[in-house]
Design a protein around this ligand. Structure first.
Ligand code: RB5
Length: 152
């Protein structure tokens, strides 16, 4: 993994994503990627929007370069995270979509479904997502800018 990508990652899940979150943490450790776990810390039922808020604000503030959010489907997490200014949270469902969400969309949060995705595949997606940057192509950066202008 390139040195520039070893920036701190904020990670969080609800109960539906807890098991996959623990696996992703192990992967980040083995890849020597610094991270902070924003919870949850057990499989006890909890509310995904609250965790999404904490992770999204951590990324939006600049304290963390990227975030990873996992719930049952990834959908609730993405809906909540995208309400926070500066966030481009993408639900990816394959290695290709995880990669393209960086290359074309400059996603800064990856949302995964702990109950709907194969965990081995999800780990591959994280690996690729972490080590991919937006392509320096004018039409991609222009479109990302246009998305961010929707916040105004
Ligand atoms: C929790 O049961 C489930 O609704 C949640 O994890 C998530 O999938 C919501 O989008």
């Amino acid at each position: 993994m390139p040195e520039t990508e070893k920036l701190p990652v904020a990670i969080g899940s609800d109960h539906g994503g807890f098991e996959l979150k623990e696996k992703i943490k192990k992967l980040l450790e083995s890849e020597e990627v610094e991270f902070n776990d924003f919870g949850c810390f057990s499989e006890e039922s909890c509310d995904h929007p609250l965790i999404a808020k904490d992770v999204a604000e951590a990324v939006s503030s600049g304290a963390f370069s990227r975030g990873i959010l996992i719930c049952g489907t990834g959908i609730g997490m993405s809906l909540a995270a995208n309400k926070v200014k500066g966030i481009r949270a993408a639900v990816a469902y394959s290695v290709e979509t995880a990669k393209l969400s960086r290359e074309h969309n400059d996603s800064n949060i990856l949302c995964l479904g702990g109950r709907t995705q194969d965990h081995k595949l999800a780990l591959e997606m994280v690996k690729v997502w972490i080590s991919t940057n937006q392509l320096p192509v004018e039409r991609y950066t222009r479109r990302t800018r246009q998305i961010m202008e929707l916040e105004k």
